[in-house]
Ligand binder design. Structure first.
Ligand code: C2O
Ligand code: CU
Ligand code: CU
Length: 481
């Protein structure tokens, strides 16, 4: 691999941040990005309409990406060759996104973790035909968080995501502004989209799962980080914040530093924790996010740390090499608290529902409550504004002991019980996706506010989701129930 000296690297970082060029190497051209430097997805620019709406444009590109010398892989991206730009908005912003589907197949654009009207959600019910432009608009009505967007068409989500379609949606608010946390995007506030991929003998990746892969999930032999392979990111001798997304199809990842150094989780899927939680390792299933702080102030220039990921298959990947190259301490400290609190919940007397995730049967039937997805059916009707306790059970059965997860659209929920115990501190923040190992029983507290209409709940292992491990819920008026 071609090496750059430090000043060249820093210059490249500045070039990325200016947002002008060089997103995702592609089309076989010589590129200024060394193979091993972390790519930071650019922030998506917007136009402000006369009524104040921020207008964004996303166009799907059938491009190519280069992970090995002289080897191009066909990939998909929004506005680029792979992945998509980061959309960064504030609470109360009104936004409009124009998605142009240039593919010769339908797609959708789903706002994972976002509280948006049902028609804007971009789930399987909002297909965008080839050549069409879809223009969802909504107001951001939720606190600061790291969310993401991805296609969600019934049956082809796994393939479209695998080929490269995914991006981050970051929300800021007054509270996040007020916290003394690193927040310079791409400098000390670093997005990390981690995705396992399988490079074939010809050094390209394509989506071609076998039948067993559809059951166990489509895994791989390499980990892409922001669409880069084994990248390096020169850091300051300072506190660093990572926003981590496990964007893999079905790979559960455990994140840790090679030297086992402690880091601090500050946010879950949908927002801040009450206080930073010290951890040596952190598990995310597909779709889950975490924000962490890492202290580099004890390292000297020239020293480095290696961030790693271990899959549930036991494979260990290098995620990121982090050499300390700039002496520039901004004086950030791990804060004592993050200024939010999550009250202990009284759940007695609340309405209950149960969701049994099952991977039974030789035919590989993946079901929720014994059913597979039917877009024309409503599985659950939920009165708006009603607090409920949902129990999710991963029915581990004989040979088919598969992990699953449970993701709900439109809301953030609170985990109240895992196998009879309260959740660990780092799972006490707002969540939209939760992992269940075989046999796990998890209780969550849910409430759907503001919007009526149909949303999805499903296992977020994309191979499972595509095979129908999903249901439709409808938020209804209290009086109609
Ligand atoms: Cu990330 Cu229903 O999806
Ligand atoms: Cu979602
Ligand atoms: Cu599953």
């Amino acid at each position: 691999m071609r090496q750059k000296n430090n000043s060249e690297k820093m210059l490249l970082i500045l070039v990325f941040l200016s947002g002008s060029v060089l997103w995702a190497r592609g089309n076989g051209e010589k590129s200024a990005i060394p193979e091993n430097l972390l790519v930071i997805p650019p922030l998506l620019e917007y136009k402000t309409a006369s009524d104040g709406t921020r207008e964004y444009e996303l166009t799907i590109i059938e491009g190519t990406s280069r992970f090995f010398p002289d080897k191009n892989t066909p990939t998909l991206g929004y506005n680029g060759n792979i992945l998509g730009p980061t959309i960064r908005v504030r609470e109360n912003d009104r936004i409009l996104v124009k998605l142009k589907n240039t593919l010769d197949e339908p797609t959708t654009l789903h706002w994972h973790g976002a509280h948006v009207p049902a028609q804007m959600d971009g789930g399987p019910l909002q297909a965008v035909a080839p050549g069409e432009t879809w223009e969802p608009f909504f107001t951001i009505r939720q606190p600061a968080a790291t969310l993401w967007y991805h296609p969600h068409l019934m049956g082809t989500t796994a393939e479209q995501v695998y080929r490269g379609l995914a991006g981050l949606l970051i929300i800021d608010d007054e509270h996040s502004d007020s916290l003394p946390l690193p927040d310079e995007y791409g400098i000390n506030d670093i997005p990390l989209i981690t995705q396992e991929r399988e490079f074939l003998n010809d050094k390209t990746f394509r989506y071609r799962p076998s039948r067993p892969d559809l059951m166990h999930g489509y895994f791989g032999n390499a980990l892409l980080v922001n669409g880069t392979l084994e990248p390096e990111f020169p850091v300051r001798e300072d506190l660093l914040r990572f926003r981590i997304l496990n964007g893999s199809n079905s790979t559960v990842l455990r994140y840790f530093f090679e030297d086992n150094s402690t880091f601090y989780q500050i946010a879950t899927d949908g927002g801040f924790l009450a206080a930073p939680v010290p951890l040596q390792s952190l598990v995310l299933s597909p779709g889950e996010r975490a924000e962490i702080l890492v202290d580099f102030t004890t390292l000297k220039k020239g020293e480095s740390r290696i961030f790693q990921g271990e899959t549930n298959g036991g494979q260990i990947y290098r995620i990121l090499n982090l050499p300390v190259e700039v002496k520039s301490n901004r004086g950030y400290k791990i804060p004592e608290t993050l200024g939010v609190s999550y009250e202990p919940v009284v759940t007695a007397g609340l309405p209950k529902r149960q969701f049994v995730l099952s991977s039974m049967g030789m035919g590989g039937n993946l079901t929720i409550n014994g059913r597979r997805m039917n877009m024309n059916r409503v599985d659950e009707r939920i009165p708006r504004g009603q607090q409920e306790v949902w129990e999710i059970i991963n029915q581990g059965m004989g040979m088919m002991n598969l992990p699953h997860s449970f993701h709900v659209h439109d809301i953030q929920f609170q985990i109240i019980d895992i196998n009879g115990s309260p959740p660990p501190h780092h799972l006490k923040g707002p969540k939209d996706t939760v992992l269940l190992w075989p046999g796990d029983r998890i209780k969550i507290l849910v409430r759907f506010d503001d919007y009526l209409g149909k949303y999805m709940y499903h296992c977020h292992f994309l191979e499972h989701e595509d095979q129908g491990m999903m249901g439709v819920l409808e938020v209804i008026n209290r009086n109609d129930s």
